[in-house]
Structure formats: C-alpha cells, structure tokens
Design a binder for this molecule. Structure first.
Ligand SMILES: CC1=C(/C=C/C(C)=C/C=C/C(C)=C/C=O)C(C)(C)CCC1
Ligand SMILES: [Fe+2]
Length: 529
C-alpha cells in the first residue's frame, strides 16, 4: 500500500491536449454520444515549491468523447491566471486552500484586496479545480472563490475569467449549482461583511438572454433570489452545496465556519485559508427553507446537532414535509485528511477518518398542528427521522440511510423529486474510493462495482434517450490504477444491474479527479458556430 498513494495523489500529471483514441472493450450503447468532462487537481509541485493540500493542485480538465462507438481521451491544464503566474515564476505565487503564497512577481493580478477589514488579503485564486458548470450553451470550470473560468468543452481550452463579484456581492460561492427544468442556474454564495452584514445569497443565472441582448453574457442578467442573514457577522458557515425541491431551497447552516478576522489577517500571519475554518461541536446546525415562489424563508426555527457535511444528495416534498438527504460527518477530519503529507507512504496510519461518512435523511414537517405539545414528534411519514417540538423551535434527528459513501450523484431528472437511487463512491475509514455503489434509498439495497487496483471516481448517471424508469441508463466512472503495468479506463455500467457494459482504456497517467458532467452531443455547439 505504500507507494500507490503517492502515485494517486502526488506527482504532477502530464496533459494530453490532442485526442488519444481509447481501446474500447465490450459494448457501449449506440446512443451514448457526447463528452464526459471532469475536473480535479493534477499538479502539486511547481519548481521547488509544493502545495500542502490535495485541493490546492492546479486544475487539470479531462474528457472522454464518445462518437459512433469510439472513445477519445484528452486532458489539459486550466490556463488560469494562477496557473500562468505560477508557471512563469516557476514557483507557487498564488495562495490556495491549504497553501499561503507570497505573490511579488504577479502583483498586477493578485495584489488586490477583497475585504474591508484588511488590505493585505490577496485576491482569491481562479484555479477552478472542483467542478464543471453549464451556463446557457457555455461551460465553466468552478471552485469556491468568486472566480469561474469559461472553457471550451471540446478542446479544453481556457476562455474568459468571470468574477461573480461584478454581478452579485459574494466572496465565496459553491461549486455545486443546481439547474431548474429550463436550465437556469441556481447557486449560492456568501457576502462577507458587506455594508455591515454577512449573508448567504441565493442567485439565479438565466440559461438564455433576450435576442437583442445576445452579445451580453448571461451573468449580466444574474438575479438575486433572496438572502439569508448569517447568524454571525464574523463567523459565517462554510458550505459546499445546498438542496432544492420543487418549491423550496434548502440551506443548512452548519457550525463549521469561516473565521473572517482570521482570514483578514491570514496573509500577514502566514497561515492558510484552511486554518481559518473551525468546527464548533457543541453548537447547533440550523436549517433554512426558502419558498422559491414567494422568496421568503419559512419562519419556523428548525435545527439539529452539530455536524459537518459537504454534499447534499437530493431533496423532495411529501405530505407537507421536506425530505433531504446529505452525507455528513461528526467532525471536520475529512479536509485534514487531504494534506499531502498524510497521503504518503504512511497513508494507512495517517488517514483513518475519525468519522465515517453517513448518508442521513432529515424529514422536516412544514405543516403541523400548531397546538402540538412540547416534546411531540411532528413527523407523520413512515421514517425513523424525528422532528420534535421544543420551546425554541423544532429539533430534528435524521434517519440513517447508509454509511461509507461519498461523491453522491443521482439521475438529475429526479432532482427535487421523490427518488430511489444514489450513485456514489464507497469510502470506509480512508478517503480513497475503492468501489462505486448504487444505493436504493427505499429498500436500502446496495450494489457494488470494484476491481483489484481500481480507484474509481465519482460515478455519473446518464439517462438513456427512451428512459422510463429512474435507473434506465448508464453509469460512467474513470478508473485510475496505481500499478504502472495497468492502464486507467473509463468504465460504462448498466445503471439497472450495475454490471459492466464496456470500458475504454487509455495508456496515460490519469489523475484522481473530483467532479464533472456528461454533455450530450446535442448540447455541444457545432464547430462552425
Ligand atoms: C481558495 C479558498 C477556498 C477554497 C476551498 C476549496 C478549494 C475547497 C474544496 C473543497 C472540496 C474539493 C470538497 C470536496 O468535497 C475557501 C475555503 C472557500 C475560501 C478561501 C479561499
Ligand atoms: Fe463536491
């Protein structure tokens, strides 16, 4: 187990911008035409300098293009300002999540202040390494700062740099936006100490703009849906995703928070952004529900115990309740686990998670008997989840759906609706996925796929064109190998049976990535446009 971890997490990966034809084995469905586009960190060493954390690595985009039964692989580093400055200086000159850097050579771009508290904070990075977002006909690489980068999904070229802050006052955002049925984006960001207030801002980016304004970007038409005041001016919650149902937006304010005073002084103290995050295990976690039509927050106070979570799985409404599923932890050990010094040869000892990822279902009654007595459980659905009336609000406790899964995906046609299936990676006491799973939230059945020396990525569900059931389609995952004799491959599973339909093998050193999306052929602009 020693060397393999370094092969997975350490070491710079080479880019392959020219398409490489993969060797296809098995039978890929003929309807599977388009591009699987994924993002993740690929370079952790620049000159003599090294990043401290896996999430700091320079964004390496990669894609599998499915065309008439053939599969082509490409990869290319995002040419962010961060990438260009670092490469030019031949050292790390831009700060990332777990690495603070001092940027003399790139003063022009990265010396701007972001916050009223201090003028010593360098501008945030545009190393968008986490996810891919679709905005209208365009695609963007995203992270959690105010910057996103437009990319060409076919060539993986880097295009415009978009600063959310020009359109909405947010300093950090999520890399997990939602899309409504018309393709409009819903996302959230935090506005830190702006006009004396810190708030969570929900905003909408339209998928299309009026014909006469076609030249203007959809960001110019960004609309603030509503904002939720932070419980604390200087300690807003950190969040990695949020949930939606047909009528509500779900925001969970967890006691895993950013410390703004620490952030404002981080640069002069020489500490990292990561050190400005803290978990208060004795505090509560607050739920916020915003009515998507009236844009008003439900006034009842709902809360649960302290927790740390990153990913919402899905959410829906049933009989006056909001039901939402998340993957949560009892502490913040997950982010600590990804320090590269822990992902080395002593990996087995250093990376035991002290809290196992747990898929929890909260069942929150929105309509309930207002005269119910203190202590009574207001949940009227068949679930072990409870919502107990207390003097100061409603205290919710979840039903445990399962343990040991992360990077959850669903059939997005069921987003916000009652659903059955979660596709995810399986992680036990270490953060490295060894299997992918299909989990039935109703029967609790779990199907697995795994193989020797196979390290699969987040599984993505692609519905078949004639899909009638939730799991009619395929599941795609990139499988990285540590054995240099074995080549990585793109795996295609039948989503119903979770068995292999085929695989496309490419002889490259593939990086472990984070998130991505499948772009059906019809969503790609034709070359002539
Ligand atoms: C640079 C930077 C940030 C970066 C956060 C990152 C890069 C988070 C990655 C999270 C992942 C990959 C989670 C997976 O579950 C913050 C803290 C938002 C704020 C300060 C500046
Ligand atoms: Fe994520």
């Amino acid at each position: 187990m020693a060397a393999p971890m370094e092969a997975l997490y350490g070491g710079n990966k080479e880019e392959h911008p020219e398409p490489i034809k993969a060797e296809v084995r098995g039978q890929l469905p003929t309807w599977l035409q388009g591009i699987l586009l994924r993002n993740g960190p690929g370079m952790h060493i620049i000159g003599d300098s090294k990043y401290n954390h896996w999430f700091d690595g320079l964004a390496l985009l990669h894609s599998f293009t499915f065309k008439n039964g053939e599969v082509y692989y490409r990869s290319k580093y995002l040419r962010s300002d961060t990438y260009n400055c670092n490469v030019e200086a031949n050292r790390i000159v831009v700060s990332e999540f777990g690495t603070m850097a001092y940027p003399d050579p790139c003063k022009n771009i990265f010396a701007k202040a972001f916050c009223y508290l201090s003028h010593t904070i360098p501008e945030f990075t545009d190393n968008c390494l986490i996810n891919i977002m679709k905005a209208g006909d365009d695609f963007y690489a995203t992270s959690e700062t105010n910057f996103i980068r437009k990319i060409n999904p076919q060539t993986l070229e880097t295009l415009d740099k978009v600063d959310y802050n020009k359109y909405v006052a947010v300093n950090v955002t999520t890399s997990h936006p939602h899309y409504d049925s018309a393709g409009n984006i819903l996302n959230m960001g935090t506005s830190i100490v702006d006009k004396g207030k810190t708030k969570y801002v929900l905003f909408k980016i339209p998928s299309s703009v009026p014909e006469q304004q076609k030249k203007k970007s959809c960001f110019k038409h960004l609309e603030v849906v509503c904002s939720i005041p932070s419980r604390s001016l200087l300690h807003p919650s950190y969040y990695h995703s949020f949930g939606i149902t047909e009528n509500y937006i779900i925001f969970v304010e967890q006691p895993f928070r950013l410390d703004i005073v620490k952030m404002a002084t981080a640069y002069i103290r020489g500490v990292t952004w990561a050190s400005c995050l803290a978990f208060s295990k004795d505090d509560k976690t607050w739920f916020h529900f915003v009515d998507r039509k009236t844009k008003k927050e439900v006034s009842t106070k709902f809360y649960t115990d302290a927790m740390v979570f990153f990913h919402h799985v899905n959410a829906y409404e049933e009989d006056g309740h909001i039901i939402f599923d998340i993957i949560s932890y009892t502490d913040n050990s997950l982010y600590d686990m990804f320090y590269l010094k822990n992902l080395n040869k002593d990996f087995e000892d250093n990376t035991k998670l002290t809290s196992i990822p747990t898929c929890k279902r909260f069942v929150v009654p929105l309509q309930f008997d207002k005269d119910a007595g203190v202590g009574s459980n207001l949940v009227t659905l068949p679930s072990t989840a409870t919502a107990v009336k207390e003097k100061d609000g409603i205290y919710c406790q979840p039903e445990i759906l399962c343990e040991g899964i992360e990077l959850p995906r669903i059939n997005y046609d069921y987003n916000g609706k009652k659903y059955k299936y979660v596709f995810a990676t399986e992680v036990q006491w270490s953060p490295v996925p060894t299997k992918i799973v299909k989990f039935n939230t109703q029967t609790k059945e779990m199907l697995h796929w795994g193989g020797e020396d196979c390290w699969p990525s987040e599984p993505i569900f692609v519905p078949s064109p004639d899909a009638r059931e939730e799991d009619d389609g395929v599941v795609l995952t990139c499988v990285v190998r540590t054995d240099p004799e074995k080549a990585p491959f793109l795996l295609v599973l039948d989503a119903k049976t979770f068995t292999e339909l085929g695989r496309a093998t490419v002889d490259v050193k593939m990086h472990l990535d984070l998130h991505g999306m499948f772009i059906p052929e019809q969503d790609l602009k034709t070359e002539t446009e």
